[in-house]
Write a protein that binds this ligand. Sequence first.
Ligand code: SAM
Length: 350
Amino acid sequence: MFDEVKEYYGKVLQSSGDLKTDACCTDTDMPDHIKQAMSKVHTEVASRYYGCGLVRPQQLEGMRILDLGSGSGRDCYILSQLVGEHGFVLGVDMTDEQLEVANKYIDYHTEVFGYKTPNIAFKKGYIEKLDELDLEDNSFDIIVSNCVINLSPDKESVLREACRVLKPGGELYFSDVYSDRRVPEHLVKDPVLYGECLSGALYWNDFNTLAKQCGFLDPRLVEDRPLIIDNPQIETLIGHINFYSATYRLFKLEGLESACEDYGQAVVYKGTIAHHEELFTLDKHHDIEKGRHFPVCGNTWRMLQETRFHEHFEFYGDMNKHFGIFSGCGTALPFDEGNSTGDNNGGGCC
Ligand SMILES: C[S@@+](CC[C@H](N)C(=O)[O-])C[C@H]1O[C@@H](n2cnc3c(N)ncnc32)[C@H](O)[C@@H]1O
């Protein structure tokens, strides 16, 4: 599949407008500071954007970030501004044409951002084999990826490698496409359906299982939207399979529990993260208002206490006394079915 994908993103597609579905187009309201950062990205880089979500976790100043499948580099150049001159962003991609556009504008952006030296680099390689790029264990604070992992024929290696190179307490924060059932093999082999980020998509519950097997013990869904397949031929081919674009955050924290357990703990958000002064959104089920005493399960507590978010919270309680399950963790479809802003139809506390 590597050659077909390289052909699709290197030669078949020339710009976002060539896509046949909205699978790879972001449909999210963007915060002003992100819009501002995006407006500084060169138009050629922006025109070859094929992402499906917004990969902007909070608190990025000074971070070392790796982008898996960085394409023409749009996300990397936005992140380059958000990490600041002392942070660093590395993009990895396997397609020459995409890398060529990304590399062409390093000096341009360094000047536009007002940096003395570039804080960004791009490497050619496979996201399944980060070891071949000499990326060391525990060397990145954050990994992002935007509409790429569905294209990998070996998703387990991608997740294992991501876990290896992340620092403890770091996170893989990524947008990708998921299906509501397993995609049959004959559709996986279709180069257009695969290239369009559909038929390589994991069934969401297989993704959850795989993420846990690869060391990400409590995957957290941040946001999702159903994909609109506005193409009659593709609609006929995929039949009743529903596809969703979803952003997950996977923390590398050893010993997270398999369910949300209640130890009577709570946190208070101090409102000290730039651009998120009133509200900290950990995931789809945790909008934590500034100043509010917010009860959390043991896993959520650790995601805030043992990560870069530590200094922005007050922590109440400990894990000495167990009060049972936190609340009804479910296994229903976790995505909203109607529209991207509809009420949550399923899922549990995480
Ligand atoms: C849908 S595009 C997304 C590109 C970029 N993230 C963006 O948002 O514009 C997928 C990109 O992933 C790259 N890619 C796919 N599979 C890959 C792999 N196994 N290793 C490295 N790059 C890969 C492709 O070359 C392509 O540039």
